[in-house]
Design a protein around this ligand. Structure first.
Ligand SMILES: *Cc1c(COP(=O)(O)O)cnc(C)c1O
Length: 371
């Protein structure tokens, strides 16, 4: 392991088996990305030109009409909403979010009004929009969505996320069709998703990603879509966008990360190797059931450790033991109440994954000896 960045603050080392989680600092960066950020950080550059050329470069790389770098996906969403409400008009840009124009309503399915760490409806308001949820928490039909779209609709927001739990929702294709029939643009929140072109291909006008989630770059956002709307997002920099400013080193880092992401080294094989390393380190003689599950929307294999009745400790107790260790091991705990914890391989090396397996083994084993 490299030198511990935070020893002077007394923070423990962390082995991240939870995934690219905001609370654990999101993605850690490969040397190729860090080197480009370091070079950019030490050299002055004409920022307006950098923004323009980096956007064009990203658009070329991805094969989309236009692209821009934002400070985060949430910043990108605020700017995307503002772009649909006030466009690029310099005077109107400076009135956001307290906009006096009448076309401010942003329609979204009720099940898409998620809290990913902050409520998506608050981002709409910050961008000068007024959220208009359609349908109910668990269901939305095309008729609900159609009824909510009118002359005062600035945009329809569509959220693609594991945070969305709906029995029925209107598909993106149908949403695009309904919105476009009223000349209303569709904004897609695809913050954590890995498909950087599919939503544009499906007809979305603006799509917003986190740079620090699937892309594996620095804390940042990526906005792709139609030229005029992407330009209108950038135009918010003389208004609310100023509070979400992107530094030159962040732009350099996101570019490097997207380049690496697009060249796509064999990700799945690497992830599977790490999951296997964790599984082997846990062994086969403990009172646990081990299985591999793939993420619902992305090609991410995870090791699921299910405690059997004879294990003598609960998943919550196991999690506490792992966290208290040095390094502190952080697992994926959404399913802890069902006695299951997940080992996510994305932020681990093969050695790190084996260490996580050993820590799980020790945490369960210590308990067994104490009985
Ligand atoms: C993470 C997330 C966001 C926010 O992304 P940031 O880049 O951290 O601001 C927004 N929407 C969804 C669905 C998310 O998962």
């Amino acid at each position: 392991m490299s030198t511990h960045a935070w020893s002077n603050l007394g923070l423990p080392r962390v082995l991240n088996a939870a995934g690219k989680m905001t609370y654990l600092g999101s993605a850690t960066l490969p040397a190729t990305v860090v080197d480009r950020m370091a070079a950019a950080a030490t050299q002055p550059v004409e920022m307006a030109e950098l923004a323009r050329r980096s956007g064009d470069h990203l658009a070329d790389l991805l094969g989309v009409p236009a692209a821009a770098v934002a400070a985060s996906a949430s910043a990108g969403l605020v700017q995307a909403v503002a772009a649909t409400v006030v466009g690029a008009d310099p005077a109107l840009v400076q009135t956001v979010p307290d906009v006096s124009t009448s076309r401010r309503r942003v329609v979204l399915q009720q099940s898409h009004a998620v809290d990913f760490g902050a409520p998506v409806t608050q981002l709409i308001r910050l961008g000068g929009g007024i959220p208009v949820p359609a349908g109910s928490a668990n269901r939305c039909a095309a008729t609900h969505l159609a009824a909510a779209i009118g002359a005062d609709t600035a945009a329809v927001l569509y959220v693609v996320s594991h945070h969305v739990h709906a029995e029925t929702q209107v598909s993106l294709a149908e949403t695009v069709e309904l919105a476009h029939a009223h000349q209303v643009p569709v904004i897609v929140d695809a913050a954590a998703e890995s498909d950087l072109t599919g939503y544009v291909t499906a007809g979305a006008d603006l799509v917003v990603y986190s740079g620090h989630k699937a892309i594996g770059g620095p804390t940042s956002g990526l906005v792709v879509g139609a030229r005029a709307l992407v330009d209108a997002c950038a135009a918010q920099s003389t208004g609310v966008g100023r509070t979400m400013k992107v530094g030159k080193e962040t732009i350099a880092g996101l570019l490097a990360a997207v380049e690496a992401y697009q060249s796509g080294t064999d990700q799945l094989a690497a992830l599977t190797e790490r999951v296997d390393a964790a599984r082997q380190a846990i062994g086969t003689d403990l009172p646990v059931r081990l299985s591999i599950e793939t993420d619902a929307t992305r090609p991410i294999p995870r090791l699921i450790v299910e405690l059997l009745p004879g294990a003598g400790l609960t998943a919550r107790e196991l999690i506490a033991r792992l966290e208290a260790g040095d390094p502190s091991v952080r697992t994926r705990n959404h399913d802890a109440d069902r006695g299951r914890i997940g080992v996510d391989p994305r932020e681990l090396t093969v050695d790190g994954a084996a260490q996580v397996g050993q820590a799980i083994r020790a945490a369960i084993g210590v308990r067994e000896q104490g009985r």
